[in-house]
Design a protein around this ligand. Structure first.
Ligand code: ALA
Length: 487
């Protein structure tokens, strides 16, 4: 039993961070920019439309407030842990240092959803914008090859798409999503790292596009579209009314994922103990404001019933009828989503790399290519799995599981911060969560509430996933753990 809770020593982790080989070149602004680079993506460009059309209506803005609030609580906890333990590996390392190996393993297993599966979801969103963009130039990708196997296809007007044999068409393989991940994987293998400069440029483009949408779109709002603000519940769970707002908050929670990716750059920050908390909280704050404004403008331009499409922002712009804006938005979305895919796949490989160094997963995950200096087998493995998942799974299924897994990970982070305060009150904490223990407790409750809103079915899938992860730990990780050999 004791082995399950063996911990990495805080001193060892802090020393690891001090003696790291990576160059410390990132400042607070880079950190905020990195956060925004990873946050703004498929959530706002894709999922907002479906969440408004199917769950919340114009009250999607309230869903953004609700999910933003839950994230702010978790973000405060992340900020404290990152200031005490400024190392790569993020929540996986925090759990290893506080709650012990079993929790660290569970965290790593959940982070596969947060990073790996999230990148597949973003790839599906990316595919929607690429198809729409190519379409504007007369290049038509057949719907069957831009959708996952078996998904019934509908036209933009919601009518079934019929084949020549008179049967409704269904998807076969989402080719653009598959290609998107393969491209990202190749980039990561040959070592083209997303430098802070490139990231800053992408972030400026992405945020400018969002601001242009808000500024121009505000003039085309038809207030009638906001009425009723909270559509009456249909009687089915999660369809409108307050229940719908909650469900939508769980769905668009996805849009906030990424603020904690800032903490994976801890070893490259000039002053991590100050700048990582600034990066986490600053990027989250900026994105929350942008999201609330975008969703208000979106539902003000287009009746929410028409937003169940893969490219809702583009639909809103098409409706305004400004051709140049449509072009700008699609370019911004495609570029923005590419950077999220890149950072998420990169994050996934880095977490596997750390787990492999700790002996919890096989050695080949930390094997480095002699020339490219990247974990090439790891990256190929991750890229292959994610590209197939992106090609064959519908966006809703992927997105909800990612949200549920991330909420579970946030819950463990909230526990970790309380645990560390109690067990190691002596540690120097450059950033402290205010109002302890109420903030982490509220964080746990808020995450549990959003998980409840996502529904029983997603929970059952997560449970199965989680149990299979724990089994793998008992069959493999427990015996191979490096720490087991030293303590
Ligand atoms: N928050 C990121 C996105 O919405 C994962 O794409």
């Amino acid at each position: 039993m004791k082995g399950l809770f063996r911990k990495k020593s805080i001193q060892a982790i802090q020393a690891e961070s001090k003696n790291g080989q990576l160059k410390r070149s990132l400042n607070a602004l880079n950190m905020v920019s990195m956060g925004i680079g990873c946050i703004i993506g498929a959530g706002i460009f894709v999922l907002t439309g479906k969440a408004a059309a199917m769950h919340a209506g114009p009250a999607i803005t309230l869903s953004f407030v609700l999910a933003g609030f839950a994230c702010a609580l978790a973000a405060l906890c992340y900020a404290e842990l990152a200031s005490v333990l400024p190392v790569s590996g993020s929540a996986y390392t925090y759990a290893y240092a506080t709650l012990g190996e079993l929790f660290a393993w569970a965290m790593g297993w959940l982070l596969i959803l947060e990073y790996g599966l999230a990148s597949a979801t973003v790839a599906v969103g990316w595919s929607g914008y690429v198809v729409s963009f190519l379409n504007d130039f007369g290049i038509h990708i057949p719907a069957q090859f831009a959708n996952p196997w078996g998904l019934a296809l509908f036209t933009r007007d919601g009518l079934p798409m019929m084949g020549s044999s008179g049967q409704q068409l269904t998807g076969i393989f989402n080719l653009p999503a598959f290609i998107g991940i393969i491209l990202v994987t190749i980039l990561l293998i040959i070592g083209i790292k997303e430098s802070a400069k490139v990231n800053n440029v992408i972030v400026i483009i992405k945020v400018s596009v969002v601001l242009v949408f808000i500024a121009v779109g505000a003039f085309y709002i038809n207030k009638l579209n906001w009425s009723p603000y909270i559509p009456a519940p249909t009687g089915k769970p999660g369809e409108f009314g307050f229940d719908g707002i909650l469900k939508a908050a769980g769905v668009i929670f996805f849009a906030y994922i990424g603020f904690e990716a800032v903490s994976t750059a801890a070893q490259e920050a000039k002053n991590p103990q100050r700048d990582i908390p600034i990066g986490i909280l600053g990027s989250l704050c900026i994105c929350t404001i942008l999201y609330i404004l975008v969703s208000a403008v979106l539902t003000g331009i287009v009746p929410y019933t028409m937003l169940n499409v893969p490219d809702p922002i583009a639909i809103a712009v098409d409706r305004i009828g400004l051709g140049w804006l449509s072009f700008v938005i699609k370019i911004g979305a495609i570029m923005g989503l590419s950077s999220v895919m890149l950072v998420l796949v990169y994050g996934q490989t880095r977490i596997f790399y750390m787990m492999s160094l700790d002996g919890l997963i096989p050695r080949f995950f930390s094997n480095i290519h002699p020339k490219f200096k990247t974990p090439h087998y790891n990256t190929v493995f991750v890229g292959a799995i994610i590209s197939i998942a992106a090609a064959l799974t519908p966006l809703n299924t992927l997105g909800n599981l990612v949200s549920m897994g991330t909420l579970a990970a946030f819950t463990i982070v909230c526990f970790s911060v309380m645990y560390l305060r109690k067990m190691r009150p002596d540690l120097h904490r450059p950033f402290t969560v205010p109002f302890m223990p109420y903030i982490p407790i509220a964080g746990i409750m808020a995450c549990a509430y959003l998980m409840y809103g996502l529904g029983w079915q997603v929970f059952v899938t997560l449970k199965t996933y989680f149990i299979s992860g724990i089994l793998i730990y008992f069959i493999y990780g427990r015996y191979k753990s490096k720490l087991a050999k030293t303590v």
